[in-house]
Design a protein around this ligand. Structure first.
Ligand code: ADP
Ligand code: MG
Length: 156
């Protein structure tokens, strides 16, 4: 399985990368994906997800689900779930939220701090690592499944 690295010069580049992923999902995959997002606070996980959610057709605000753990977006043809598990103290809590319903085929799940929910969340198609590089950010996108591999190929 492949990976792809790049430099994101500013916030708008991070948004654009999220939108590009959305375009690939809509026009090429035509099914949902699970993306795990790794990186320090402020690395751009929420910003990337914002670009994705907007690219999938959401108009308006994309807020960070820091306290709610998940923010659902019911779009025309798609369901997008943005998770931020930073404040999750026990992965069992996800059971009470009905976590399994979130991983249907037409759902896209972008998950910040997935390590907090391991054992309870579906395995990823893509792993994305964001990191500080002075004022910019680096991005590394790794395929974890054949579906993820299609995304990497479409990006190249
Ligand atoms: P996280 O969810 O990883 O904690 P956020 O997306 O909430 O991070 O915040 C990232 C911060 O960095 C925002 O202030 C955003 O404007 C900025 N940012 C996002 N992408 C870039 C980039 N490519 N280069 C520089 N700054 C960025
Ligand atoms: Mg965040």
């Amino acid at each position: 399985l492949s990976n792809k690295q790049g430099l994101l010069a500013d916030e708008s580049a991070t948004i654009a990368m999220g939108k590009k992923l959305a375009d690939i999902v809509k026009t090429q995959l035509k099914q949902g994906i699970v993306v795990y997002l790794y990186g320090d606070l402020g690395a751009g996980k929420t910003t990337l997800t914002r670009g994705f959610v907007q690219g999938m057709g959401h108009i308006g605000h994309v807020k960070s689900p820091t306290y709610t753990l998940v923010e659902p977006y019911e779009l025309h043809d798609w369901l997008v779930y943005h998770f931020d598990l930073y404040r999750l103290s026990d992965p069992e809590e996800l059971e009470y939220m009905g976590i399994r319903d979130y991983f249907a085929d037409n759902c896209c799940c972008f998950i910040e701090w997935p390590e907090k929910g391991l054992g309870m969340i579906k395995a990823p198609d893509l792993r994305i690592d964001l990191a500080y590089s002075d004022e910019q950010r680096t991005i590394n996108i790794q395929a974890k499944t054949a579906l993820g591999e299609l995304v990497i190929n479409a990006l190249s």
